[in-house]
Design a protein. Structure first.
Length: 102
Protein backbone atom coordinates (compact mmCIF):
# COMPACT_ATOMS: atom_id res chain seq x y z
CA UNK A 1 0.00 0.00 0.00
CA UNK A 2 2.12 2.79 -1.35
CA UNK A 3 -0.01 5.58 0.13
CA UNK A 4 0.35 4.05 3.62
CA UNK A 5 4.06 3.21 3.12
CA UNK A 6 3.17 -0.37 4.05
CA UNK A 7 4.82 -3.39 2.44
CA UNK A 8 3.13 -6.79 2.51
CA UNK A 9 6.22 -8.91 1.97
CA UNK A 10 5.05 -12.52 2.03
CA UNK A 11 7.96 -14.69 3.20
CA UNK A 12 10.65 -12.02 2.88
CA UNK A 13 11.37 -10.43 6.30
CA UNK A 14 9.30 -13.12 8.02
CA UNK A 15 10.24 -15.59 10.72
CA UNK A 16 8.86 -18.47 12.74
CA UNK A 17 8.00 -16.44 15.82
CA UNK A 18 4.55 -16.08 17.37
CA UNK A 19 3.47 -13.54 19.93
CA UNK A 20 0.03 -12.11 20.61
CA UNK A 21 1.53 -8.62 20.79
CA UNK A 22 2.08 -8.71 16.98
CA UNK A 23 4.54 -5.82 16.51
CA UNK A 24 8.34 -5.95 16.62
CA UNK A 25 8.51 -3.12 19.16
CA UNK A 26 6.29 -5.11 21.55
CA UNK A 27 7.51 -8.72 21.27
CA UNK A 28 11.08 -8.41 22.55
CA UNK A 29 14.22 -9.84 20.98
CA UNK A 30 13.44 -12.15 18.07
CA UNK A 31 16.74 -11.74 16.19
CA UNK A 32 17.57 -15.44 16.47
CA UNK A 33 14.26 -16.42 14.84
CA UNK A 34 14.61 -13.73 12.15
CA UNK A 35 18.13 -14.77 11.18
CA UNK A 36 17.45 -18.51 11.54
CA UNK A 37 14.50 -18.14 9.16
CA UNK A 38 16.68 -16.29 6.65
CA UNK A 39 19.46 -18.88 6.89
CA UNK A 40 17.21 -21.91 6.48
CA UNK A 41 14.31 -20.66 4.36
CA UNK A 42 15.45 -17.66 2.34
CA UNK A 43 19.20 -18.15 1.82
CA UNK A 44 18.74 -20.99 -0.70
CA UNK A 45 16.87 -18.39 -2.80
CA UNK A 46 19.42 -15.63 -2.18
CA UNK A 47 19.47 -14.54 -5.84
CA UNK A 48 15.73 -13.85 -5.66
CA UNK A 49 16.12 -12.12 -2.30
CA UNK A 50 18.70 -9.76 -3.81
CA UNK A 51 16.30 -8.97 -6.69
CA UNK A 52 13.52 -8.32 -4.18
CA UNK A 53 15.79 -6.03 -2.15
CA UNK A 54 16.47 -3.98 -5.27
CA UNK A 55 12.72 -3.37 -5.51
CA UNK A 56 12.20 -2.75 -1.79
CA UNK A 57 15.19 -0.55 -0.95
CA UNK A 58 13.98 2.54 -2.86
CA UNK A 59 10.53 2.43 -1.23
CA UNK A 60 9.48 4.74 1.57
CA UNK A 61 8.56 2.33 4.35
CA UNK A 62 6.81 2.87 7.64
CA UNK A 63 5.87 -0.76 8.16
CA UNK A 64 6.60 -4.23 6.76
CA UNK A 65 3.94 -6.89 7.25
CA UNK A 66 5.37 -10.33 6.45
CA UNK A 67 3.13 -13.39 6.12
CA UNK A 68 4.38 -14.66 9.48
CA UNK A 69 6.41 -13.26 12.33
CA UNK A 70 6.15 -9.82 13.91
CA UNK A 71 4.91 -6.85 11.92
CA UNK A 72 7.94 -4.59 11.52
CA UNK A 73 6.74 -1.09 12.39
CA UNK A 74 9.77 0.00 14.44
CA UNK A 75 12.75 0.71 12.18
CA UNK A 76 11.60 -1.40 9.19
CA UNK A 77 14.55 -0.12 7.17
CA UNK A 78 16.91 -1.87 9.63
CA UNK A 79 15.41 -5.24 8.64
CA UNK A 80 15.87 -4.43 4.96
CA UNK A 81 19.50 -3.56 5.74
CA UNK A 82 20.01 -6.78 7.68
CA UNK A 83 18.66 -8.80 4.75
CA UNK A 84 21.13 -6.97 2.50
CA UNK A 85 23.97 -7.93 4.86
CA UNK A 86 22.83 -11.54 5.08
CA UNK A 87 22.53 -11.73 1.27
CA UNK A 88 25.95 -10.25 0.55
CA UNK A 89 28.93 -12.51 -0.13
CA UNK A 90 31.14 -12.98 2.92
CA UNK A 91 34.16 -14.09 0.96
CA UNK A 92 35.84 -12.07 -1.76
CA UNK A 93 35.56 -14.90 -4.30
CA UNK A 94 32.36 -16.51 -3.09
CA UNK A 95 30.68 -18.52 -5.83
CA UNK A 96 27.00 -17.88 -6.41
CA UNK A 97 24.78 -20.99 -6.19
CA UNK A 98 23.84 -20.61 -9.87
CA UNK A 99 27.47 -20.30 -11.00
CA UNK A 100 29.24 -23.48 -9.94
CA UNK A 101 32.90 -23.68 -11.09
CA UNK A 102 32.68 -27.30 -12.26
Amino acid sequence: MKEEKLLFSGDVFGCHFCDARLFNDKVGDFRFSFEYYYAHIMRPFKDYVVKALELVEPLELQCIAPAHGPILRDRPRAYVGRYRELSSPRLKNEVAPTKRPC
